[in-house]
Design a binder for this molecule. Structure first.
Ligand code: FBP
Length: 336
């Protein structure tokens, strides 16, 4: 077996394919990997250091913040606070973007992140992830971010599970790296991952179905019906962490769904467009999957506000095409 391909080496080799590259995006991705290692080490000792539990504060959406949400957010904000690489960052945990001063004023990039996705898993040692999205800086204001997901230059996530994984795309495929704790380096484990066109698992919180549309309810019922020729029934695979569920889907296919939920004040869904939907949609599309609201491609959407949410279905092409049929009210009939 040849020398292990470290994340740094992979990124620098990728940079060579872009003669105009300045190396700043490469450095940015490498910084994110360091931030991921720092967050992983905080999570690993959280029970020992008693850093679980509530921070006693709420985020801009009125949700309780966990101490580790805040800690992860601080680590990420610190990560870009030097070297003039990043002009400003926006976070699910911050009401407004955090703008860096000094040599960062004219930096080329803005970074967005969900510091710890899967908040309900934080205190129970469940799967968690940091989701990130890198965009070009335009005039250095919030307006730079209220743009379609197609304008992301790179995106991905750091998955905190039995292994710590770094998964990203910069538009030429989606790649998976695993942290080797013995050397503290992320090593390439899957180059250009391609997801199955169809899977056997679905991830949705059915406890909320009362608030769903008829189309959403019928779609989930359709997945549960027995019909071998169409690969049904599907099995429920809902971990409480979107990034964990999407990572499973990247490997096994299937679908993650968070519909609009009229009964709980989430008429436009729960999942944030900028911090969760856009970056995960970029990765999944690069792996051959799709992400849809049912009526629109997620990457084509531009938010009106920083913390906008959308209903989302993300997964294999077969599952998403079927979802759009049910959303349009044509169901599976035409497919016979
Ligand atoms: P957070 O970013 O606040 O964790 O919200 C997103 C999320 O936790 C997803 O990761 C997960 O799939 C979903 O919300 C769980 O929501 P619910 O508890 O309503 O099923």
């Amino acid at each position: 077996m040849g020398a292990p391909v470290t994340l740094d080496r992979f990124i620098l080799e990728g940079q060579r394919a872009h003669p105009a590259a300045t190396g700043e995006l490469s450095l940015l991705l490498m910084r994110l990997a360091v931030a991921g290692k720092r967050i992983a080490s905080e999570l690993a000792v959280a029970d020992i250091r008693r850093t679980h539990g509530s921070a006693g504060t709420e985020n801009v959406q009125g949700e309780e913040q966990k101490k580790l949400d805040v800690r992860a957010n601080d680590i990420l904000v610190e990560t870009f606070d030097y070297g003039g690489l990043v002009s400003f960052v926006a976070s699910e945990e911050l009401e407004e973007p955090h703008v860096y001063r000094g040599d960062a004023t004219n930096a080329r990039y803005a970074v967005l992140f969900d510091p710890l996705d899967g908040s309900s898993n934080i205190d129970v040692n469940g799967t968690l992830g940091t989701i990130f999205s890198i965009r070009p800086r335009r005039d250095g204001t919030e307006a730079d971010l209220l743009r379609p997901g197609t304008e992301q230059v790179a995106a991905g996530y750091i998955l905190f599970g039995p292994a710590v994984l770094f998964v990203y795309t910069s538009g030429d495929g989606a790649h998976v790296f695993a942290l080797d704790p013995s050397i503290g380096e992320f090593l390439l484990v899957r180059r250009g991952i391609r997801m199955p066109r169809q899977g056997r698992g679905y991830a949705v919180n059915e406890g909320r179905r009362a608030g769903w549309s008829d189309g959403d309810r019928s779609y989930v019922e359709y997945l549960k019906q027995r019909d071998e020729p169409t690969g049904r029934p599907y099995s429920t695979r809902y971990s409480g962490s979107m990034v964990g569920d999407v990572h499973r889907i990247l490997g096994e296919g299937g679908v993650y769904l968070y519909p609009a939920d009229a009964s709980s004040g989430r008429a436009s869904g729960k999942i944030r467009l900028l911090y969760e939907s856009h970056p995960l949609a970029f990765v999944v599309e690069q792996a051959g999957g799709r992400a849809s609201t049912g009526t629109a491609r997620v990457l084509d959407l531009a938010p009106k506000k920083l913390h906008d949410r959308i209903p989302i279905a993300i997964g294999g092409p077969v599952e998403i095409e079927m979802y759009e049929r049910f959303t349009r009210g044509v169901g599976a009939a035409e497919r016979g």
